[in-house]
Design a protein around this ligand. Structure first.
Ligand code: PGA
Length: 240
């Protein structure tokens, strides 16, 4: 038992997910909904409806991105209005795999926030910024895109740690969190103290407990391991 609750979001990325969602649904039935109270899945667009129907709010569901355009003639894109039409109220914005496509993250954030959506906002430095000591400036720059902290969860994900098996050290996470916390405290003095900040990058059932107990993380954004529901269950159990 840990002394605080642990939020876990599993990002299914671009993997076929219909069978996986059924496995999560079976696990929900066998383990009971209380276990998944602080758990959510970030699913590819085509599965949002299936996930919403299957989980009936017992597991939270989020989209992986949102168009930077409000609405209109933008074939292939998915707007905030479409997500709301599907009753999806949460969206992940700023994941490094989306940032590298050159999207306008500020516009995406502005649209999601103007629609009152809950946002999991991902930030994090690449290896060269980490090595050259530019992490702090970069994190502040990414955080400056937020116009409010209402309905926001931050996910700090160093890019060099995503999918590499190299989890950031406790001291790196603590250092990044201190930059994030002090930026938010000076920019949003009235409500920064309640903000939840997750860590993401090569988290699994073997390393999660150490990170959770030795840092201030509010939980985790998990990629690869979310393709294995039994390992996710272990992460949730270990850290709650
Ligand atoms: P990973 O991915 O857990 O596979 O490193 C994390 C993420 O991309 O959010």
């Amino acid at each position: 038992m840990t002394s605080r609750s642990c939020i876990v979001w599993g990002n299914l990325k671009m993997h076929p997910a219909s069978k996986l969602l059924l496995s999560y649904h079976q696990m929900l039935a066998s383990e009971g909904e209380a276990v998944f109270r602080d758990f959510g899945l970030v699913v590819p667009y085509p599965y949002l409806h299936q996930a919403k129907e299957l989980f009936a709010s017992k597991i939270s569901v989020a989209a992986q991105s949102i168009s930077e355009h409000q609405s209109g003639a933008y074939s292939s894109q998915v707007s905030g209005e479409i997500l709301q039409d599907l009753d999806v109220g949460t969206v992940m914005i700023g994941h490094s795999e989306v940032r590298k496509l050159g999207v306008d993250v500020r516009a995406q954030l502005a649209i999601a926030q103007s629609l009152g959506m809950k946002v999991v906002y991902c930030i994090g430095e690449d290896a060269s910024a980490y090595q050259s000591g530019e992490r702090d400036t970069l994190l502040a720059e990414q955080l400056s895109a937020l116009s409010t902290l209402d309905n926001v969860i931050i996910a700090y994900e160093p890019i060099w740690s995503i999918g590499t098996g190299v989890v950031a050290s406790v001291s790196d996470i603590n250092a990044a969190f201190s930059v994030i916390n002090s930026y938010l405290a000076s920019r949003f003095p009235s409500n920064s103290s309640n903000i939840q900040v997750l860590y993401g990058g090569s988290i699994n059932n073997n390393n999660c407990l150490e990170i959770f107990t030795k840092t201030e993380v509010s939980g985790f954004l998990v990629g690869g391991v979310s393709l294995h529901p039994e390992k996710i269950l272990e992460v949730i159990r270990l850290c709650s």
